[in-house]
Write a protein that binds this ligand. Sequence first.
Ligand code: NAP
Length: 460
Amino acid sequence: MRIVLIGPRGSGKTTIGALLAEALGYRFFDTDVMVEKAEGMSIPAIFAERGEPAFRAAETAAIRALPPEKAVVATGGGAILLSGNVQALRTGSLAVFLDAAAAVLAARTAGSTRPPLTGLSHAQEMAAVRKVRLPLYRGAADLCIDTGMLSPADAIVRIQALLGGRGSAAVCREFVAFLQQTRMERSEWEVTRERLCGAGGMPLHGIFAVIGNPCLHSRSPELFTALFAACGMDGVYTRIEWPDLGAIMAMVRSAGVKGLSVTIPFKSDVMQYCDEITADAQAIGAVNTVIRCGDRFVGANTDWTGIRQPLAGTPPGHAVVFGAGGAARAAVYALQDLGMEVTVLNRTPDRARHMARHFGCEYGTPAAYDPEKTDVIVNATPVGMEGRGGSLLERGDLRAHQTVFDLVYTPPETELLRNARAAGCRCIRGTEMFVYQAQEQMRLFTGIAADAALIREILG
Ligand code: NAP
């Protein structure tokens, strides 16, 4: 096995890495030193004379040249910025994220000759860079350690204790016994048990799951199992359909589960189990993704990215969202982020008013829809779903200049989209929301950016 240390400058990767290698009897590699040797100049000189892209290219070459095992690797703070680097670093490795408070990092790196990346003061830059990279470090890490209060020797003891405590047989058995009482196909449970408690031992990159009630028909296990295989991740992705969220989260915590996809009815209740909630998830009021880093659970929302991404590049204009439930909240947030003026139209006006107040937008009932004043339409109601059929808008209600995004994804081609196509509108299927929310979830879970085309291909 290989151990890769990731984290911001000043977190102790080089010092701790060298000591850890010595303790384990492994070879030690520092990718920054490898780059300097290969390029024949210091990193500040590479940045000054050739620019950051040249440095990143040399860093990628250094990462590709690393031995696959019995090595401890200290990486540069930005090594996780390129998905290909993360994939190469993680394959066959355990990644340890060394972190510390921004003020500690700034104090440790004060007086460094490294070129600034921004026009900010050193302390402000350290804080800003750490903040932006934090989701990538967390996703790319199998273990997380705060080195702020630790000496390098103490950090080694902590890392070795975490390495030794990973995936004990008792924990695996307890988790698998919990799964056995949930609603899950017997064959799926048997495969999960074999992967977690079988001769191969616990998967290197841990356990992931979709939690919900119901979630028996969620396609996330199939999707992430295929994505992990395609990206060299040795992780197990399972499902937990169970009514008691408290029991699920207790089990998830004790088994050290690394990531969760959260679905109905837990998207708001799960927030109380998170130690930190991202600003997006807080504004939307829902968490559909949980990532564990150390003993902290971080709640995030990727539903809005799933709506924003397919609409990116649409000129700002007036958007109408039909519905005032969870999907509508993510839609309003995404549309406002794209600079749109949004109106929420809902069957129950009180819910629309409540939502409009929260997001500072207009509201009304569906009767208030005016095609001449609407550029983008998002259907965030179940109208049009398989078995129900129907459409909130007929062909005569639609105009060729409009973009119509139907969040309903079964069937992929709804009656609303058929009407919109006939009217000459640009149409986006609900399956695209699933694709892009899953892409972002994969990035948060692993630090790896999977291709949208690959996700579409897996989903078929
Ligand atoms: P929700 O919280 O239950 O909200 C449903 C909304 O639809 C409510 O505002 C409700 O209005 C309205 N509605 C229900 N039936 C209606 C009808 N017959 N006519 C007019 N309005 C009606 O559900 P949600 O979680 O937001 O999900 C909404 C839809 O989004 C789902 O059905 C699903 O198809 C889609 N979705 C897609 C994805 C994806 O990945 N593509 C992800 C999540 C959701 P009232 O307030 O009046 O009850």
